[in-house]
Design a protein around this ligand. Structure first.
Ligand code: DP6
Length: 308
């Protein structure tokens, strides 16, 4: 009645920003991501206590969204959930993806339920949409109810330099922000159509290991998502001065001949994508940008797994 699982956060190259069903957490368009080795969550689930409880990095948290995942799995026993992140917490890094992926995997193992990765992905989605991709791990596509690994992490050894551009948690959570964009942004339909065009192109470049092609596509996809956010009412502005500083520094670096591109989720942090030999130079550059607190250099990682 007790099991522990680990899962990695992921960064999307074609983003998920918009739901066609909010109740079921179904995306309007398919997305593509890569799991990141240094952003890892370990979660233990123990079934049988009198009430649900959740401990996140040593502090009590609301177990409501975790309960939604357990209910969807048909687990009606109460659960004691203890979750720990290997990366700085409260910094607004995407811990919900790795957290719900580890939770779904650990909970089913604790209950003795045998579930396929596809089924676990659909369960994790009930906690957070992007968590469906963290169950699959590697290069993952989420379409409809589940995500699947389209290529293993070894397919392409890239580096993802995560520049922390602010200290605190983000202002508006993705759940509310996504709804605001869909309901109020005049650009939202165009954004969704863009994602539908971007995904097949991105998959082609991924299989060909075309870094300039995929980097350029991912950077434009992220900037267009932020255009949709900015056009929302109220406007969703996630960037800090350091975010813009990183964007400009990388643009200058690229003009000087180093291949590195940028993506940004619903927060201020910048993720630079580059080949392994260029990672040191990119890391040093980002550390020098005013306001950058830290830089975590990540490599591709696999999916969620139960620890022995
Ligand atoms: C900007 O998965 O956190 O990171 O499904 O409402 O829980 P909910 O949202 P969440 O949104 C992630 C949005 C994003 C883009 C992405 O990861 O694809």
């Amino acid at each position: 009645m007790k099991a522990t699982a680990v899962a990695h956060a992921n960064i999307a190259l074609v983003k998920y920003w918009g739901k066609r069903s909010e109740a079921a957490i179904l995306p309007e368009a398919a997305s593509l991501s890569i799991a990141l080795d240094r952003l890892r969550t370990t979660t233990t689930v123990e079934l049988g206590p009198a009430a649900d409880s959740l401990e996140l990095d040593g502090a009590p948290a609301d177990p409501a969204r975790a309960r939604a995942v357990l209910d969807a799995a048909g687990i009606h026993d109460r659960a004691r959930i203890v979750s720990r992140n290997d990366f700085p917490t409260g910094a607004g890094l995407a811990s919900s993806a790795s957290g719900f992926a580890a939770l779904a995997t650990a909970a089913c193992a604790a209950a003795g339920l045998r579930r396929t990765p596809q089924e676990l992905s659909a369960l994790a989605r009930r906690g957070s949409g992007s968590a469906s991709r963290s169950v699959a791990g590697g290069w993952a596509v989420w379409e409809g109810e589940t995500a699947r690994q389209v290529l293993p992490p070894e397919h392409w050894d890239l580096r993802f330099c995560v520049a922390l551009c602010a200290a605190g948690p983000k202002s508006t959570g993705s759940r509310d922000a996504m709804r605001i964009s869909r309901d109020t942004s005049p650009y939202h339909r165009a954004w969704i159509e863009q994602c539908r065009r971007d995904l097949p192109r991105a998959l082609h470049m991924l299989s060909a290991r075309d870094l300039p092609g995929l980097g350029d596509l991912a950077e434009k996809n992220a900037l267009r998502m932020h255009a949709d956010m900015l056009a929302s009412d109220p406007p969703l502005l996630y960037w800090e001065p350091a975010t813009v500083g990183c964007l400009q520094a990388l643009r200058d670096l690229r003009r000087a001949g180093t291949q590195a591109w940028v993506t940004i989720d619903a927060g201020p942090h910048v993720v630079a994508i580059c080949a392994p030999p260029d990672a040191k130079q990119v890391e040093t550059l980002l550390r020098g940008v005013s306001g950058v607190k830290d830089v975590l250099v990540c490599a591709p990682a696999g999916g969620a797994r139960v620890l022995p």
